[in-house]
Design a protein around this ligand. Structure first.
Ligand code: SAH
Length: 203
């Protein structure tokens, strides 16, 4: 599937029906999701691979990975309503993904998801709950040798320090995350947030 085609397909997926601010439920916009997935694909990290999406929300990243030929895709998400939407989204584009409800902070999370070749994720940035991204990073590094994550622009230094000596960052891809007015504390119709996609490899 070509990049443009992937973007068009992901664009059609449903978002959160009643988004929860505390969980930072912002769906990854199709162009940014397609960009992450394409980079991962060019590295050989998607096709034929076992891919895990941590905090899969309504499923855009996981579904994209399945459409790009992943052998097995698992999405885990704390919010059971989002899991249902993700399952409906996957069915609507005939993508084969297993979504289930699980908190990344659960000690049993590692054994429940098993190991994967590649983790993809757009974790909470920690705007609502400080350090909310840390359990995602920790679980990602326990789960797969390669992780692609979307973070606030400028996070590289922190992530590098936080993950040393477990992992290193070998690629940084810039991008924008347009956030539509969703919660009462949002003052603009659309707020563009600068983000970076980091590729983390286990050392
Ligand atoms: N991956 C989706 C959603 C990104 S928003 C996408 O790219 O569109 C971040 C997601 O992380 C939300 O769906 C939120 O519910 C989920 N989340 C937040 N805390 C979590 C936790 N502790 N365990 C699992 N999922 C969590």
């Amino acid at each position: 599937m070509k990049l443009r085609q992937l973007e068009i397909t992901l664009q059609k997926l449903a978002g959160f029906s009643s988004p929860r601010a505390v969980l930072e439920q912002y769906p990854t916009p199709a162009p940014l999701a397609a960009r992450l997935l394409y980079h991962a694909s060019l590295h050989g990290d998607i096709e034929g691979k076992a891919v895990c999406d941590l905090g899969s929300g309504t499923g855009v990243l996981a579904i994209g990975a399945a459409l790009l030929g992943a052998a097995r895709v698992t999405g885990i998400e704390i919010d059971e309503h989002a899991v249902i939407t993700a399952q409906e989204n996957a069915a609507s584009v005939m993508a084969d993904v297993e979504f289930f409800t699980l908190d990344v902070r659960e000690p049993s999370a590692t054994s429940r998801i098993g190991t994967c070749d590649t983790v993809i994720m757009n974790p909470p940035f920690g705007a609502q709950q400080v350090h909310a991204d840390r359990p995602f990073i920790d679980l990602a590094l326990r789960t797969a040798p390669v992780t692609y994550g979307i973070f606030n622009a400028g996070s590289r230094q922190f992530i590098e320090t936080y993950t040393y000596p477990r992992a290193e960052i070998d690629e940084v891809i810039g991008g924008f995350l347009p956030i539509k007015r969703t919660f009462s504390f949002h003052t603009k119709d659309v707020q563009e947030i600068e983000v970076e996609i980091l590729r983390l490899i286990q050392t």
